[in-house]
Each structure stands twice: as structure tokens, then as C-alpha cells.
Design a protein around this ligand. Sequence first.
Ligand code: PHE
Length: 338
Amino acid sequence: MIEQATQIQAEALAAVEAANTEATLEEARVKFLGKKSPLNALAGEMRNLSNEEKPKLGAALNAARHAIGAALDTRKQSLQDAADAASVEGLDPSMPGRSVATGSLHPLTIVKDRAIQILRRLGFALADGPEIETEFHCFDALNTPADHPARNDSDTFYFDSGKLLRTHTSSVQVRTMEKQTPPVKIIAPGSAYRRDEIDATHLSVFNQLEGLYVDKDVRLSDLKGTLEFFYRAMFGDNTEVRFRPHFFPFTEPSFEIDVKLQVKGEAPKWIEVAGCGMVDPAVFEAINESRGDTAFDPAELTGYAFGMGLDRLAMIQYGIKDIRLLIENDTRFLSQFA
Ligand code: PHE
């Protein structure tokens, strides 16, 4: 009987070795270790043996079960390994990976989007206007006299048609008031063009964000509060903001706004970031004349306007020392903002 056990074990090991699939391996397991296995049948005959022989057969049966179980495990693992290897055949896992180049937003776009986000929270709607403008929208309606230096050929790009590349986004103030009735509360980000000498802080094309709020009882304190809030939201709660009296033809009073920039290890510096002021009644009058009504009655309405430089914001935000980097599209520069 012990010989029989050894015989069954040999048969079982051969069957396990021959199994090429999980299914045939499972069949072998059921056949040789299941309830109706020949080893179990042998065990059933144990009671016919002498007390001396019983433990010997018992040991032989145990050894056979053990060996078959171990063979099943080993075979199962090697079938799994073979399947794994087949699924990655032809693949060299030691080859270096190919990195995926991801694009990123331009620093100007990042700053512009944040500025818009902050101002929209304050109730400003987005407005737009053409970059090729008439003198009326860029200058006349904005109370800018014919002899103002900004209107000079040497400062502004004119077309033969008499139109020009807008020198500021303030033309969108005019475009918006021509189309809408008060109250008006808009922001207008966009490009502006000037014949500037190009250097580290000047380009002939730059980006502004215009703001206009016209309603009954809009005050200078509203303008101050709004812009202080804006620059603190932009650059941090401790940002210092300064209003310096200035002159613009289309606002009265007018101010330039400086933000105190504190770069670590450097002396603090005031940087000019915007122009602003209370809308000059002469602008409302020009708008009314263009509209042919009195929707913007200067006796009823007041308003404030501001125009901020977006390139400046980006330069302050990221410590960019040369504005030309913003238009050169050098990926070594741009990838820093990814
Ligand atoms: N348009 C002015 C400039 O470009 C800025 C400004 C806008 C000033 C609105 C006052 C009000 O310098």
C-alpha cells in the first residue's frame, strides 16, 4: 500500500508538470487532492492494516499530499510568470521613459486671470473694444485736446485712414457708455500700443486693464477702497498702496497709484501700477452727444475709472526684471511658470 501511495504521488507530479493551463492544473488538483482522490481511497483501507503498519501508511500518505500540494503551488506560480512575461513580450522595461511635455499658462495670462477673478467678485462685468480705434473713442470723447502729446505722430501708431492703434484701454469706457445705460460697472483687459523706445520696462505693445463704475453717488472713497482691496488681494494683505495726485484729461481729480514692493534683502520701492480718477463730467457730455440722449447726465451721475498695467503686475508678482521676457517666448523663461 505504501508503494501504491508512492505510485499515486508520481502520477500526480507528472500530471501537475504536464498541466499547461490554469484549468488543467485545477483538474489535477481536484483529481489528486480532492475528496475522491486515490490517496483518500487508500486512507479508507487503513483500518484493514495492523497497528504497526497504520502509522507507516499514514506517514506515506501525508508525504504524498505534501509533495503534490507543493508541486501544484510551484506549477501555478510558473504558469503565472509565463503569462506575465507573454503580456510584456517585446517590451524593454529598462528603456528610459519618454516624458510628456505639458504646456503652461503665460505669466501674463495667470496674472490677468487673477485680476479678473478678484474684480468680478466685486461686481465688475467684462467689456471689450477694438484695438484699431478712432480718434474720437481714444481721445476726443475722453476730453483730450487736439494738441495733447499722446495724440502726436511720434507717440502713436496711426493708419493712413486716420484710425490708430489704441494708446490705452480707456477707449472701452467710451464704447461701453455708448452702448449701455447707467449703472455701468465694467472691466476691460486688453492690449495698448505706444511708440515707446523699447527697453527693460517699455514695449510698444503692452497690456492694460481698464475699470469703469458709473452710478448715482459713486465717490472717490469707493475708488480708493476698491483699488486698495484689489492690490491687497493681488499681492497680500500687508501691501501698501499710495495715491499720488496726477493729471489725466478724462478724470478729475486724477491719481497715479503706487504699490510698495518689498523684495527680500532689498530696500522697499514704490512702483507705479495704475492711473485713476473720478470721471470728468466733460466725458459724460461727449457720450451724451454721441448717443443723442442724456442717459449720462453729469448732474445725476458720478463715476470712477482706472487703468492698470498688467505687465507691471506680472513683473511685480514674479520679480521679472525685464519686460521683454514677456514677449520673447523663450521656453526656458516660460517653463518656470508651469
Ligand atoms: N488711460 C490712462 C493711461 O493709460 C490710465 C487711466 C485710466 C487713468 C482710467 C485714469 C482713468 O495712462
